[in-house]
Structures are given as structure tokens and as C-alpha cells.
Design a protein around this ligand. Structure first.
Ligand code: ADP
Ligand code: MG
Length: 490
């Protein structure tokens, strides 16, 4: 258990966190209309008559959105409800032409599931922990108001209006900002593996409502506040940090927490009150009379299940148990779907898993870091990486030479074989050539040879270094070692 506590003047407080994550469903068209969903399109260019709520227009459910939500539910081992229903959530706002949002309150598509957050000693999560997911329901997104286009008027862009969202509601199972951060990262990774949401928080395709309360350890849950639309992992953590401390201050001063909706301000790192929280009955929810209940067949659900890729927890276990990759490397390589796909392509091209994982973690990541690039823009492709690793495995390249070749690959995009050929970077195991160099070096350093023979064994490294240098780094280090030992002990 994590032991995150806030120390107040009157004793310790525990923080309780539940997250409602809105994830935009990957789908070419909207939840109930055929309008497109591409991000960044010209304002109001992707609005059908349904989205604009013209009188008499009827919603038609997009099966692909349901398929994606069911696949997401299966990926978190959740119950899939064979019978679900759409409800109208009524409210008035300029970004909502219908005057209601079609959502699912009473009978959501997906029921109870669970997400495993990994242990992370450094972040204060000593062991892996299951976070409950209460439900996933499917609903429409609203449009977007633009307040910065005109001095006295606001504009509205309805492109986002009617786009499908999954609302993924966690149990209040998290107890520290770090756990909440880990939960959002793991959920985002899962969505990307499944392909049901691109997880792009900067573009708003994933955002979190952060529910926070505090209590004395062991006591009942306290009153919570809900901070809306937080759009990065860092901001989720900052929201909790600030909000929990604010609540402790209020309570310790003898005040009460008001159940309310708050906003996070990234500039100050604080939250402020937006409005008192509405209850479900304020929205006058009722079943949408334009839509039939949604009934799923077993066959449909099994098709969804069969379409799932190997998911991160299973993949990591396989990397460790079957491929012999270290737990740390397996963690990193499976954390993102894109990373794992890249790595597995290297293996498909014949590389040995352990060698490949070590190379990716040190050489490739080092280079990408330096270049400020992600794996998707790696200048070296998986087949090229596999070719480089094969040249190391068969002794053509030493570790040092492989680093040189890799640098040239990054610069030129050439294949490793071509680089080795053109620049003569091949490692040599030619004992005649190496022996000749060794004889020279020992001859020119008679004093050091004598010291070595007197027991100053650390000088061995000096002789290796000199030999390698004289050979332009191209001598096989193992052969150099053997021949030097022979020559020195002669
Ligand atoms: P609503 O529908 O009014 O937003 P829910 O009961 O569905 O309320 O809960 C919404 C979110 O609030 C869930 O993620 C839940 O885990 C979280 N939550 C509920 N009670 C608390 C609490 N006391 N402290 C922190 N989070 C809470
Ligand atoms: Mg809510």
C-alpha cells in the first residue's frame, strides 16, 4: 500500500481519488451521424444536420463506436452488458444545439472492470495495484466555444459536436497523485494498444475529471470536489496535490468541504470553484425515445475479443518469461504499443531478444533522446537495426565498431552492411596482423612490460588500449586479449 499522507497541524490525512476519463473514440464518423471526425479541420466543416440538431433529424447509431467501446471494456476485463440504453442528459449551453447530450446513465454498455497500475518505487508505488473501473458508457461530445476570435462575441465550432466519447469511470481507489498519474498513463497505453482512442491529451482526445476528497486514515470517505477537463498527466497530479492540501486547510480551520465543480489553472497550479455540483436529477435524464435499446449478440462480443492485440501486461510477462528479457527492459519496451511493435519487428528480422532489448534501451534510446525524437520518427528502421545486431552477433563488428556504424546510420540512413563495406569498419580477427602490432607495442614499452611481469597487472588494460588504438579500433577485442596474454606471459 502506498503511504502518501498529508501532514496537517492536527494529524495525518489520507487522499481519496476517483477519475472520470473522457476518451474520444477512434472512428471515421460520429456516434449518431455520418459527419467526419478528423482533428484540426476547418471550423464547422464537419457538421451534419443531425449534429446541428435540425428539427426532425434522427440519430443513427454508428456500430464502429460500439465495437471500439466493447473492445476497450474487454481489455480491462470488464463485464459487457448485453443490454444497454441511451439516455438524454438535458442542459442548455451554446455548444450543444440539441439541448441535451445523448449518454448512458442507467444502463451503461460496459460494467465493472479493473486496471493494473505497476509498482514504481521511485514514484512511491511500492507494489502493483488494481484500480477498479465502475463502468464505461458511450456518449456524445459537445462543440467548442471560441472566446478569442472577436472582442465582443464568442463563436462556436460544432465539428466536435456528436463525436463519440467513452467515459471511463474509476472507483475511488487511488490514494496519491502518483497512483492517479500511473492510472492515467496505463489507461492511455491500453487505449492505444486497443486502438480505440489515440490518447492524445494535448489535442483533447483524452481528458480527466478529477474527484478528490480527504479523510483521516481509516475513517469514512469525505466530501469530494470534481475538477473538470484536466488535460495532461502532470496536471492531473498537480490538481490532486493542490486540491487535497486545500481541503486539509479548510477542514483543519474548522470549515466544511462543499461538493462542487472546480477548474484547474495550469498557470498558477491551483484549482478554483466553477459552480456547485449538479445532481443527476438536475439533468432530467430520461431514455432517448429516438433510439432503441442496444442489444449485443455473443457473436459480436466474441468478434470484438478476437480482434484484440496482445495487451501490455501479457506482453511484458511473455518478454520476461519466454524471451529472457530483464523485468526493467520489459517494462519500458511494453509501456507503449508503438514501442513494442517496433521492437518486435526487430525480432521478426532475426535479432536475438536479449541482445536486441539491451541495444534498444541503451544505443537507440540514447540516440533518440539526443535527437529529440520519438520511436515513430526513428531515423533507423527495425530491419536496419536487426542487420546491425546480426553483424555484432557474427563477430563482424565489435561493440565499439557497432557504435560507430550506428552513428553513421543515423547520419546517412545507409544500411550497416554498406557502411562496413565502404568504410572498411570490419572487425579483424587476423592473428598475424594483431600479433605484429602487439610485438611492436611490447618492444616500445619494455619498462611497462617489466613492471607488468613484476606483478603490476593493471597495466594489461594499457596494452589492450594501445593495441586497439594501433588497429584503429578494428581488432576483435577477444582475440587481442588472448594474444596479449600469450605474448606477455611468454
Ligand atoms: P457523479 O456521477 O455525480 O459524478 P459518481 O458517484 O458516479 O458521481 O462518481 C464519480 C467519480 O467520483 C468516480 O470516479 C468515483 O470514483 C469518484 N468518487 C466518488 N466518491 C468519491 C470520494 N468521496 N472521494 C473521491 N472520489 C470519489
Ligand atoms: Mg461525473
Amino acid at each position: 500500500m502506498s503511504n502518501y499522507r498529508i501532514q496537517g497541524a492536527t494529524g495525518d490525512w489520507e487522499v481519496v481519488i476517483g477519475l472520470e476519463v473522457h476518451a474520444q473514440v477512434v472512428s471515421n464518423s460520429k456516434l449518431f451521424s455520418g459527419a467526419a471526425t478528423a482533428f484540426g479541420a476547418e471550423q464547422n466543416s464537419q457538421v451534419s444536420l443531425v449534429d446541428a440538431a435540425m428539427p426532425g433529424m434522427l440519430p443513427v447509431l454508428n456500430g464502429e463506436c460500439i465495437r471500439q467501446a466493447v473492445r476497450t471494456g474487454l481489455a480491462i476485463n470488464a463485464e459487457i452488458n448485453r443490454w444497454s440504453r441511451f439516455d438524454r442528459k438535458n442542459y442548455f449551453y451554446a455548444d450543444l444545439p440539441q439541448g441535451y447530450q445523448i449518454s448512458q446513465l442507467y444502463h451503461p454498455l460496459v460494467g465493472e472492470g479493473t486496471i493494473l497500475i505497476d509498482a514504481d518505487e521511485k514514484a512511491g508505488i511500492p507494489e502493483a495495484k488494481h484500480i477498479g473501473v465502475e463502468r464505461i458508457h458511450v456518449e456524445q461530445d459537445a462543440g467548442k466555444l471560441m472566446h478569442d476570435q472577436h472582442p465582443t462575441m464568442s463563436y462556436v465550432d460544432l465539428n466536435r459536436c456528436g463525436v463519440a466519447l467513452m467515459e471511463i469511470v474509476s472507483r475511488p481507489d487511488m490514494r496519491s497523485p502518483a497512483e492517479a498519474g500511473a492510472y492515467v498513463r496505463k489507461l492511455r497505453a491500453l487505449l492505444r494498444y486497443v486502438g480505440s482512442c489515440d490518447g492524445n491529451m494535448e489535442e483533447g482526445s483524452m481528458r480527466a475529471d478529477v474527484n478528490v476528497s480527504v479523510r483521516r486514515p481509516g475513517e469514512e470517505f469525505g466530501t469530494r470536489t470534481e475538477t473538470k477537463n484536466v488535460n495532461s498527466v502532470r496536471f492531473v497530479m498537480a490538481t490532486i496535490e493542490h486540491e487535497a492540501n486545500r481541503q486539509v486547510d479548510v477542514l483543519e480551520a474548522g470549515g466544511k468541504i462543499v461538493q462542487e465543480t472546480r477548474l484547474f489553472d495550469p498557470d498558477s497550479g491551483t484549482t478554483r470553484s466553477m459552480r456547485s455540483k449538479e445532481d443527476a436529477h438536475d439533468y432530467r435524464y430520461f431514455p432517448d425515445p429516438d433510439l432503441l435499446p442496444l442489444v449485443l449478440t455473443e457473436e459480436f462480443i466474441e468478434e470484438c475479443r478476437a480482434s484484440l492485440p496482445e495487451l501490455p501486461d501479457a506482453k511484458r510477462a511473455r518478454y520476461i518469461e519466454q524471451l529472457g528479457i530483464s523485468a526493467y527492459n520489459a517494462d519500458v519496451l511494453t509501456a507503449e504499443a508503438e514501442m513494442a511493435r517496433w521492437f518486435e519487428k526487430v525480432l521478426d528480422n532475426g535479432a536475438e531478444p536479449k541482445q536486441a532489448s539491451n541495444w534498444v534501451m541503451s544505443e537507440l534510446f540514447g540516440a533518440l533522446n539526443r535527437l529529440g525524437k520519438g520511436i515513430a520518427d526513428s531515423p533507423v528502421s527495425p530491419p536496419q537495426a536487426a542487420e546491425l545486431l546480426a553483424l555484432v552477433a557474427d563477430g563482424t563488428l565489435s561493440g565499439t565498431l557497432s557504435k560507430q556504424v550506428f552513428e553513421i546510420m543515423l547520419d546517412t540512413g545507409d544500411s550497416p552492411a554498406k557502411i562496413v563495406e565502404e568504410r572498411g569498419l570490419k572487425q579483424t580477427s587476423d592473428t598475424g596482423a594483431i600479433d605484429a602490432v602487439i610485438a611492436d607495442i611490447l618492444g616500445n614499452n619494455a619498462d611497462k612490460v617489466a613492471q607488468y611481469k613484476d606483478g603490476k597487472e593493471a597495466l594489461f588494460g594499457f596494452f589492450v588500449g594501445q593495441t586497439m588504438k594501433a588497429m584503429g579500433g578494428k581488432a576483435n577485442p577477444q582475440v587481442v586479449n588472448e594474444l596479449l596474454k600469450k605474448a606477455l606471459n611468454a
